[in-house]
Design a protein around this ligand. Structure first.
Ligand code: C2O
Ligand code: CU
Length: 474
């Protein structure tokens, strides 16, 4: 019920020159109960995306005919997934992780830890009812630099959160590609990149285009689900002009926050409500992170005006999350650091793992609480970084001691981002928290379903060179 909701209940920002109104959050309810079938076939499919300038590259995708599948379902529905592995390399096993979803541990898609990996020529299944509305996604959890680099990403959208329907909706997937001038893929990870900010792409794109153009209704309130699904890039997303609000972060509705710009690391999502331009005009979505802003997408208005009057975004419905009991929460420090090789590694990181797996890396540049994850195939688990009790409250004290940003993600749980050593934080829920260089962030969390849940940086180069571990919920 509503009493279980914790978070900012009062609107503190003012839109359209009106008065701030305190709104009680509306709890989302299931709107369907059937089963949706999803068939995925992971395979190499050469394609000439618009951003490839005429070159054809050997993409790896989930289905024929679409770059990133967009799976839409309604709150309450079950998702039955059948996936086949037809990737063209011996030993290239896969499993699918459902990023941001609080589902049972055995559906979490971490090879060896929560399931047996699926070898080429084999197939597997998942079946779960997504418990929350929002913009989620799915990806493999092994050799992930290459899998992201070749395009293996899909969106999973759970509907049922709109109080006032938007006039139109768009899904934007931002991802870079690592192309040589000859039009081949460059190595997906380099030591030089992995030891610093991550290995960067050479060509930017949204939905496979350098600048994606959307024809939109004029003077309308449109919903934009914006995903950063690059393995490396930190972006600062906003509009050149026009009025817009963030209405959800990582799928979680919040009091609409005027969008000036929003910093997003890999795996982070925002839902935006945008008031489009009058007929004939356009609004441009921009990445302001670099000195030279980059236009990522244009929203070109067509047809008669949908709305008049001030832009006053309606909040989304929210999910009844368990309260973080701050007064009784245990504080657990997590220190994200660079690690030297050799002595600095824990016994676990040094332990010998069977060679021969594509997912194995012995290079470790990073650590969490001095533990560097070196066994990418998870066959040789060390101790958990922390043990939580299901239903109990904790505050994760996340400390970045490096000069790089780290988007820190936990599986199967949602954080309540509370405070930062560097900036004002509007409390909100998120499954991935961007730690800025040397920043310290406090995030509340309630122990979820039992099992081993990965906890890692989502700059995949960092994840795959040590900045990963797991949390055990008992
Ligand atoms: Cu998208 Cu282990 O994460
Ligand atoms: Cu990182």
């Amino acid at each position: 019920g509503a009493a279980a909701f914790s978070g900012s209940a009062a609107a503190t920002f003012v839109f359209g020159g009106g008065k701030a109104v305190a709104r009680a959050p509306v709890i989302a309810q299931p709107i369907a109960n059937d089963t949706k079938k999803l068939v995925l076939d992971l395979a190499e499919r050469p394609a000439a995306l618009p951003c490839f300038d005429g070159k054809t590259l050997p993409l790896w995708t989930f289905e024929e005919g679409s770059l990133y599948p967009i799976v839409r379902m309604k709150l309450g529905e079950r998702l039955d997934t059948q996936y086949a592995n037809h990737l063209p390399r011996a030993g290239e096993y896969v499993s699918l992780h459902w990023h941001g979803l609080r589902i049972p541990n055995d559906q979490d898609g971490v090879p060896f830890m929560t399931q047996k990996p699926v070898e080429p020529g084999s197939s597997g299944t998942y079946s779960f009812v997504p418990p929350d509305t929002g913009s989620f996604f799915f990806h493999t959890h092994c050799n992930t630099d290459e899998h992201f680099g070749r395009g293996l990403v899909g969106a999973l959208i759970v509907e049922g959160d709109e109080i006032e329907p938007s006039d139109a909706e768009y899904v934007l997937m931002m991802k870079d590609w690592r192309l040589s001038p000859e039009g081949t893929f460059l190595p997906f990870s380099t030591d030089a990149g992995a030891a610093k900010a991550g290995t960067s792409g050479t060509v930017r794109s949204v939905n496979g285009e350098k600048t994606a153009v959307f024809k939109v209704p004029s003077s309308a309130n449109v919903r934009i689900r914006f995903y950063n699904v690059d393995p490396t890039r930190i972006s600062e997303i906003g509009f050149e002009d026009g009025e817009a609000a963030i209405i959800a972060i990582d799928g979680n509705g919040l009091d609409p926050l005027p969008l000036v710009s929003w910093r997003m690391g890999p795996a982070m999502r925002i839902d935006i409500l945008l008031r489009t331009a009058p007929e004939g005009g356009k609004v441009r979505l921009v990445d302001f992170f670099a000195k030279e802003p980059v236009v990522l997408a244009e929203f070109v208005s067509e047809g008669p005006a949908k709305r008049s009057g001030a832009f006053v975004p309606t909040p989304l419905k929210v999910m009844p999350f368990p309260n973080v009991d701050v007064g009784n929460a245990q504080i657990i420090p997590f220190i994200f650091s660079a690690t030297a090789t050799g002595e600095a590694l824990s016994e676990f990181a040094k332990s010998d793992v069977e060679i021969g797996s594509l997912c194995l890396t012995k290079r470790t540049f990073w650590a969490i609480n001095k533990q560097a994850w070196s066994s990418m195939d998870h066959r040789d688990l060390g101790p958990p970084l922390a043990v939580l009790k299901s239903g109990q409250s904790y505050i994760f004290d996340l400390q970045n001691t490096t000069p790089h940003s780290h988007p820190i993600h936990i599986h199967g749980h949602t954080f309540e981002v509370m405070s930062s050593s560097m900036r004002h934080v509007q409390p909100h829920r998120a499954d991935t928290i961007l730690l800025r260089p040397n920043e310290r962030v406090q995030a509340g969390i309630v122990g979820g379903q039992p099992g081993k849940w990965m906890f890692h940086c989502h700059i995949i180069d960092h994840q795959e060179t040590g900045m990963m571990g797991y949390i055990e919920v008992a």
